[in-house]
Design a binder for this molecule. Structure first.
Ligand code: EPU
Length: 294
């Protein structure tokens, strides 16, 4: 197990065999061998160093909103950033810890009349997760808003990165194995009412066209260039298709719904069936957006 000197200093919470299902919006997944919730960046850095020292692999858990966890759980450690969630405002920017909820950051910006983050209204998950996967909507992705990132590299060093043009791609970034500790997002002064209204409109549109946050993992597949995966799945006649307790959403076909007690193996089977049907119907190859700990 973890070295005694680390355990003595660790300020956060830790547990063995904690179930991951409640930590994911899909509500699917077995236990983590070791679950760590560091209290501060120092705690986090020391945990990563200690885990490396004993050779235990670790994974980073953000908001669990784009994640499918195996029914049998995962070996090694899961590091949750839930306690690292400070949000600060300074001239032209909002700086948020990786574990801060993106929705909270969007709300704080709107309340202060700061414009630029409206496209992210209604997106679940953490700021770190959003940056990792360059989350966004048709109104824009988060990448271009990132002025700088503070990363914890796997070797334990902290690094400030000013992302270049190639750092972000569609639902992709070069964060890789690093932990996103802090993100500086650019915002512009705007009219409080207008920013609030635009954010609300985007949230409302999302709620109208997509299922809510719980019981799914957001879009399962990436959009192929120039097409919508949701439309392709819909056109292939997959809405309502079911495997076990997992169903292709009737509201938006790129969402799979856990109707209660769903299992990762059912999701995997549904992924395979949908891919096959779409390939047959349109020739398109669907690439997964959802991350898997399988
Ligand atoms: N459509 C259908 N049937 C469906 C779903 C969609 O015909 O079941 C049609 C819609 O009517 C629309 C078109 O497909 O004409 C595009 O749909 P939508 O506007 O919902 O956008 P999308 O391309 O399916 C993308 C992102 C979403 C984001 C929305 C809205 C991806 C994979 N998806 O979806 O992001 O919320 O735009 O901005 O990039 C996510 O990444 O997890 C995600 C949900």
């Amino acid at each position: 197990m973890l070295p005694a000197d680390w355990r003595k200093r660790f300020r956060g919470r830790w547990s063995l065999g904690r179930l991951l299902a409640p930590e994911t919006t899909f509500r699917i997944g077995g236990p983590a061998q070791l679950y760590l919730e560091p209290e501060s960046v120092t705690d986090l850095v020391e945990s990563v160093v200690a885990l490396r020292r004993i050779g235990m692999p670790y994974r980073i858990l953000g908001g669990g909103s784009n994640l499918l966890v195996a029914d049998r759980g995962v070996e090694g450690a899961v590091l949750s950033l839930a306690r690292l969630r400070q949000i600060k405002r300074s001239e032209g920017r909002i700086t948020a810890d990786g574990g801060a909820r993106l929705s909270t950051v969007v709300r704080v910006a709107a309340e202060q009349g700061l414009s630029g983050l409206e496209p992210f209204g209604g997106i679940p998950g953490t700021v770190g997760g959003a940056v990792f996967g360059n989350a966004g909507s048709k109104y824009g992705a988060i990448g271009p808003r990132v002025l700088a990132l503070e990363l914890l590299r796997p070797e334990g060093q902290l690094e400030r990165v000013v992302p270049s043009g190639s750092f972000f791609g569609y639902r992709h970034s070069l964060v890789g194995d690093s932990v996103v500790l802090r993100v500086e997002l650019s915002v512009e002064p705007g009219d409080r009412e207008r920013v609030g209204r635009r954010t609300q409109d985007i949230v409302r549109e999302r709620n109208r066209t997509q299922p809510g946050w719980v019981g799914n993992a957001g879009c399962v597949f990436k959009n192929p260039p120039g097409a919508s995966a949701g439309r392709l799945i819909d056109d292939a006649g997959c809405k309502g298709l079911t495997e076990g307790r997992i169903r292709v959403s009737r509201r938006h076909a790129n969402f799979f719904e856990n109707v209660g007690g769903g299992r990762a193996e059912s999701v995997q089977r549904l992924i395979d069936r949908v891919r096959k049907r779409v390939r047959r119907a349109s020739g398109a190859e669907l690439e997964l957006e959802v991350r898997r700990w399988l």
